[in-house]
Design a binder for this molecule. Sequence first.
Ligand code: G3I
Length: 377
Amino acid sequence: MDKKWLLAPALLIVLVGCTAAPGSTEALPTSTTAPPAAAPAATNTPEPTPAPTPTHAPYVPSSPSLRELAAAHDLLIGAAVSAGPLRGEATYAQALAHEFNVLTIENAMKFGPIHPAPDRYAFANADAIVAFAEEHDMQIHGHTLVWHRQAPEWITEGEWTRKELLEVLHEHIATVVGRYRGRVDAWDVVNEAIDKGRLRETVWEKVIGPDYIDLAFQWAHEADPDALLFYNDYGGEGTNKKADAIYDLVKGMVERGVPIHGVGLQMHLTLGGIPTGIVENVDRLADLGLEVQITELDVRLQKQGKPDKFERQAKDYKAVVEACLQAKRCTAVIMWGFTDRHSWIPSAFEGYGEALIFDELYQPKPAYAAIQETLQK
Ligand code: G3I
């Protein structure tokens, strides 16, 4: 597996007797802390595959493809992938493999979908996506180990002591990261832990305390020392208060010797909403010795928008890719899906959609051409 992301010396963080995060009394477990015995893997019950979709206007593989153009910049370009269309739509799989050199997993590796019961894991969908990426020489960005959403009820509704929830989280991370050791290149270890400038009040933060973040990174690193470990969040892409809070969080982690290698900036945008100061923000994170990746890019449009909405959307995609190419250490542009046929936007934002670079019939939109043009420079 190409590991061109192998860490520059500046990134090698020696974990010797690192102190625990503020607010906890325990030192980070050393490598002698064996993870609790993993719950037995369950029978893999894949999610239902949607019925075969009607034939589309033929997707015409581009030449050069986005992944070929991105390689010239040593840039990863990719998309979030869902197991259903990957199994059920040949065009989805064809376009994904042709255009992108990295994929992230939209839902299948989240706590709820992959660990639906205390003694049951469901790996089938994640396994299928990982196998597809390996078959098509694509890097894999695992998403996400610790998040307050899509956590299963047995976690969120449980009555936990700190010790009990620590054991559960440790076993989860050791099991999931361990299963894909050497196969998943990077992980979103903790997702969206900052809210209004402070640590978000989640089951993890309330029961374990602020050090759940350091511990999660420590355990992920123990489970796969070669995987790049990211903190991932939204709303802090440019220079603003949330970006400052994210910067302070990861700066503290670096200073404590926590094995963090990068920050994921999600970049979920509305039309014309390019954050100011992206390059400045990325550069200051890079100055901490971290990689930065755009991890969930999409630009949602109002369905009733003006006739030139796709051209304006193309300008926004171009601006984000240009910022990533200009910044010190922006190593990936990953979109949250790639075809309007499969996007979270319509179900999350009424009246909005058309956020991605291929339309519902897998025809490239002006945003596709704008990315192509930017990468050809
Ligand atoms: O799989 C079940 C299905 O069995 C059930 O019939 C159906 C109806 O209840 O729900 C299905 O699960 C849905 C899942 O997507 C898979 O489609 C969940 O209800 C739904 O909440 C979930 O939404 C996902 C959302 O995260 C959850 O918060 C979106 O697909 C996904 O795109 C979105 O992605 C997040 C990133 O992980 C983190 N950053 C923000 C981004 C957008 O919210």
